[in-house]
Write a protein that binds this ligand. Structure first.
Ligand SMILES: *Cc1c(COP(=O)(O)O)cnc(C)c1O
Length: 397
């Protein structure tokens, strides 16, 4: 290296130091990191999960057992007992790396969907699969566009933004996803369209007729994603796998987090034509889904009894909650899955008040729904305690 070069480097370093010391330390730190971090990340507000039980118990100075969590659409009955049994045994092999391709689980899932193993890929929760779609199909250089409805599951927006794509948010009417308006939002730049069905947090379901009509009019090259996290709770099951079988650019997401009761394990799967799955495999880490989760999911998949029992409890609980909300004249959006969105006037205030009564629900201000909260259906005992808490709040008014 020449002398002059190292000298000038030295000089610029001095100037750098001078400038940094003349700025308030806080401001300097902000300015410096955004010279280096990807600029699109500036706009991202990190995902706000349901408040954890332990954290709430610490804040209230009470035992975790005293807290009721109806905030994250988890299974109120807990994990599938068959899964727990299988996972206990699997712990003995925790020293071994997992099978990265998830051979056994994909082999078990595929025939249930009338598809082949090559049509299935596992993710560390279906959220990770949404990220794979970003890696696979979004390019910051191209100014790609991603379409999703207003009030749709917020992770689509987070992923689109983090991959430098523009999110096209289509206005919702009556808390439904307006598929006609979404069609109109398609441009040559549209790469991905996300359709959660039913949607979280609104709980609304799209009919098969609307889906069929929509898919027939979406340009073939656009990647269409149906997020079916709550599929197993539905009475009328939408059929989107038929588009996969037809070879369309359709990706269906499912998860073990909801009806199977394995949210803590982080495991879900995507279903698509083999060529798409091959691309998605290139985007994942070698061991993205841990071995215990794979074994647990495999056992849960065969636990029909737990699934049916959960659906029964949720069906009854949802009917009870909606009936009580109607009685108390609290507007709610009729729900298809294991949660109900209800209008309480001031969502954040009611969230805080319920917290003090040891019940965690989900405020929806972050979704642009400040008057609403989302309540997961619990056990009947939990549901009754929630309704009693609402009556208590009303009495205090
Ligand atoms: C809960 C949920 C998921 C599931 O996420 P995991 O990462 O599988 O736990 C996916 N999509 C929607 C719309 C959800 O509500």
């Amino acid at each position: 290296m020449s002398k002059s070069k190292s000298k000038s480097k030295n000089k610029s370093w001095k100037r750098h130091q001078l400038e940094s010391s003349s700025l308030p330390s806080n401001l300097w730190r902000v300015a410096s990191i955004w010279n280096r971090a990807n600029p699109q990340l500036r706009d991202i507000v990190p995902y706000e999960p349901g408040k954890p039980i332990e954290e709430t118990a610490r804040e209230l100075g009470t035992e975790p057992e005293a807290i009721i969590k109806l905030a994250s659409n988890e299974n109120p009955l807990g994990p599938s007992p068959k899964a727990v049994h299988a996972m206990r045994a699997a712990l003995e092999n925790a020293h071994l790396y997992p099978d990265g391709s998830g051979f056994y689980l994909c082999t078990a899932i595929a025939p249930k969907l009338d598809l082949a193993r090559e049509n299935v890929i596992l993710g560390n929760g279906s959220n990770e699969l949404i990220e794979f779609l970003g890696h696979a199909f979004l390019d910051p250089e191209r100014q790609d566009e991603v379409i999703a409805s207003q009030y749709a599951f917020i992770v689509y927006k987070l992923i689109a933004t983090s991959f430098g794509a523009r999110i096209v948010e289509v206005p919702s009417t009556d808390y439904q996803q307006d598929l006609e308006a979404m069609l109109e939002g398609i441009t040559p730049k549209t790469q991905l369209i996300f359709i959660p069905n039913p949607n979280n947090p609104t709980g609304t379901l799209i009919s098969q007729r609307a889906i069929d009509s929509f898919v027939s009019r979406v340009p073939e090259e656009v990647m269409l994603v149906f997020d079916e996290a709550y599929f197993e709770f539905l009475d009328d099951l939408p059929d989107t796998l038929r588009f996969v079988r037809e070879g369309r650019n359709v990706i269906v997401l499912r998860t073990f987090s909801k009806i199977h009761g394995l949210a803590g394990l982080r495991i879900g799967y995507a279903v698509a034509r083999a060529e798409i799955i091959e691309v998605l495999h290139k985007t994942r880490q070698p061991f993205n889904v841990n071995s215990i989760a794979q074994v647990g999911a495999l056992a849960a998949l065969e636990d029909d009894a737990h699934l049916r029992k959960t659906k029964r409890v949720v069906d009854k609980g949802r009917a009870y909650l909606q009936e009580q909300f109607a009685k108390m004249q609290m507007p709610f959006v009729p729900a298809a899955a294991n949660f109900v969105m209800v209008n309480v006037g001031d969502g954040c205030a009611v969230f805080e008040e319920l917290l003090r009564l040891k019940i965690i629900v989900r405020p929806l201000k972050g979704y642009g729904l400040p008057e609403w909260i989302r309540i997961s259906v619990g056990t009947m005992d939990e549901n009754k305690k929630l309704i009693a808490a609402f009556r208590e709040l009303k009495r205090r008014q």
